[in-house]
Design a protein around this ligand. Structure first.
Ligand code: COA
Length: 395
């Protein structure tokens, strides 16, 4: 048994391991950055295990910037150390080596919306599994969230392959999407009462997309959209004049993208939050491209799509949010902005070879656009939820 520094919370870890709350360094050059560097190393090891590549692994800079920004979510990170390293840290201030960190836990609570939710994600290096470390970490995350009054517990798992329907597969409550029932994450979460509420398809688009494919989709989408829409593409910025409207598009992402059985309500954005998001991309040394469709007669933004990518790796990019406002749907604006953003990406980052994206398995319209562009399935991401009180009892 050990306890979390600064609290009396008990954590029952197996013999030989100790828990420490990750210190928050001023920069990655600070000796106290050891924990965030180790978190990224554990993440990378698990990504290599899951997918065979590390494109999706958080980097130390992502961890630092993420923890710097607590405007919209209260966040804590904990690491599990080998006992000898924990002792050397406590007694002599000796910073642990990366491989002395065997596991980590992220605990988050949204602050400005969805205040019933509490998130906890545990990650254990493959060689250290099956000893009770993952269970102890999830216990701690749940306890912290429940003590803070959260009534719906949320976690996730990732899988490199979606299993075919059958006895080895567990289906989401949406009826769309499956995970391997016997994989460690699903086993751990199910045994603690979590329900698989949604599965997202992870897809990859190999670049370059053939010129004829892009031309055909661009022409068809332009014809359907008519003359009322004008496209703008912004690199690494959102112009001040459009901040409020981009905030509305981000807000609509939280209500209009399907969330399956996950108890997730509107998450409002404003101009300040868009500015913070732009700043975070710079802190993480990410570049980004936003293409929007302006409805010219009303000077409002009808649609947007976003690519983000790490500057130090030019071989991949992430297709992030895409949304068409309800009143502008059915005019192929989703395809129009996506093709324009792909055109911009080819100019901005000609060396990029693949784009990763995630879409709810039940999101037929978005998946249809992506499949038409050439995205292929590359795994699944699963959303798990445990309700601890009836929905009507929530504040
Ligand atoms: C899920 C994970 C955190 C479990 O860590 P761990 O330290 O091995 O966990 P524990 O030793 O406490 O075991 C907890 C449960 O995990 C499952 N599990 C552990 N090892 C397993 C294995 N080799 N195969 C299948 N399931 C396994 C079992 O259900 C186990 O409970 P049981 O022993 O009562 O059957 C770890 O496998 C991991 O990091 N996976 C990748 C990240 C992830 O999926 N996290 C999601 C949970 S928040």
């Amino acid at each position: 048994m050990s306890s979390v520094a600064g609290t009396s919370l008990p954590v029952v870890l197996p013999e030989g391991y100790a828990l420490v709350e990750a210190p928050h360094p001023a920069s990655l050059d600070d000796p106290d950055a050891w924990a965030y560097r180790a978190v990224a190393d554990v993440a990378r090891e698990i990504e290599l295990e899951t997918h065979g590549y590390d494109d999706l692994a958080v980097r130390p800079r992502d961890v630092l910037s993420g923890m710097d920004h607590q405007e919209y979510e209260a966040k804590r990170r904990f690491v599990v150390l080998r006992s000898a390293a924990a002792r050397a840290l406590a007694e002599d201030g000796a910073r642990p080596a990366v491989h002395d960190v065997v596991a980590h836990l992220y605990v988050g609570r949204p602050l400005t919306s969805n205040e019933h939710l509490g998130e906890a994600y545990a990650f254990v290096r493959p060689a250290e599994r099956g000893r009770g470390i993952g269970s102890a970490l999830l216990d701690l995350g749940e306890r912290l969230n429940l003590d803070a009054g959260r009534t719906v517990l949320f976690s996730d798992t990732s899988h490199g392959v979606e299993p075919p329907p059958g006895p080895g597969a567990l289906e989401a409550t949406t009826g769309a999407g499956r995970v391997p029932a016997d994989a460690p994450g699903p086993r751990l979460l199910r045994s603690r009462g979590y329900v698989l509420e949604q599965v997202e398809r992870h897809s990859v688009l190999d670049l370059p997309v053939p010129r004829e494919t892009l031309d055909a989709h661009r022409d068809a989408a332009r014809e359907r959209a008519g003359d009322d829409y004008r496209l703008h593409t912004w690199t690494d910025e959102v112009p001040d004049a459009w901040l409020d409207q981009v905030a509305l598009l981000f807000t609509r992402m939280s209500t209009d993208a399907p969330t399956g059985g996950v108890d997730y309500g509107e998450d409002p954005w404003d101009a300040r939050r868009v500015r913070i998001w732009v700043g975070e991309q710079a802190e993480r040394r990410n570049g980004f491209l936003v293409t929007v469709a302006e409805h010219v007669p009303t000077r409002t933004l009808a649609a947007f799509t976003v690519f983000a990518y790490p500057r130090e790796r030019d071989d991949f990019a992430f297709q992030e949010d895409t949304l068409v406002l309800r009143e502008h749907r059915g005019r192929r604006l989703g395809m129009l902005v996506k093709v324009a953003n792909l055109d911009a990406l080819a100019v901005e980052r000609p060396a990029t070879r693949r784009v990763h994206t995630w879409n709810a398995q039940e999101n037929d319209h978005m998946l249809a656009i992506n499949v038409a562009l050439g995205f292929r399935p590359a795994g699944v991401w699963a959303a798990w939820q445990r309700r601890t009180a009836p929905a009507q009892d929530r504040a």
